[in-house]
Design a protein around this ligand. Structure first.
Ligand SMILES: [Zn+2]
Length: 182
């Protein structure tokens, strides 16, 4: 049976996420004299949908986000792009650290001496299987293993993703992971 499912996405607004190529502005339809910026839709859950983007002139983006297309507001658009990219990079780094590549789980303890120095101790537990290490890493993020979805790549590396966050699975899929089935 072939069934097609349509999902209606409730768009709350747009936010600037990256620089874009020049060309017509998708907002006003003209060739804005200023640079283009990629505006991503933000859905009702506040999730930035990088699969749903438009290319706007920076003037239009400034007017939309901050009320006018002044130079100061155009600069705020550029700062917002830079901030989005820093956060996204930090998020991706965090996601990469969640991948278990062997059966060990490494954790770091930080102690402070009386004179104010920090001492880092690293401890390694061998959990005997990659899935165990993957579960441990996932639990360390504070998210419940129950309801999560495990993924695996060709090398047998494993990672868990939050069941209700498809963007995590999109990220790991882009790194070669597939949903794991026992
Ligand atoms: Zn425009």
């Amino acid at each position: 049976m072939n069934a097609t499912t349509y999902t209606l996405i409730d768009i709350k607004g747009f936010r600037p996420v990256a620089a874009a190529d020049s060309g017509e502005c998708d907002r006003c339809g003209t060739i804005c004299p200023k640079e283009r910026v990629l505006m991503a839709a933000v859905d009702a859950d506040g999730v930035v949908r990088k699969d749903m983007t438009e290319s706007w002139g920076k003037c239009c983006a400034a007017a939309y986000c901050y009320g006018s297309k002044s130079k100061a507001n155009r600069d705020r658009v550029s700062s917002a792009v830079a901030e989005f990219q820093r956060n996204e990079q930090a998020q991706h780094d965090q996601w990469m650290r969640r991948i278990a590549t062997d059966s060990t789980f490494v954790y770091t303890n930080v102690r402070y001496t009386a004179s104010g120095y920090a001492i880092k101790d690293e401890s390694v537990i061998d959990l005997g299987c990659v899935l165990g290490a993957c579960n441990r890493k996932y639990s360390a993020t504070g998210l419940p293993v129950q309801g999560s979805i495990a993924m695996i790549n060709d090398q047998g590396h494993m990672v868990r993703t939050a069941g209700d966050r498809p963007q995590e699975r999109e990220f790991y899929a882009s790194k070669g992971f597939k949903v794991w089935t026992r």
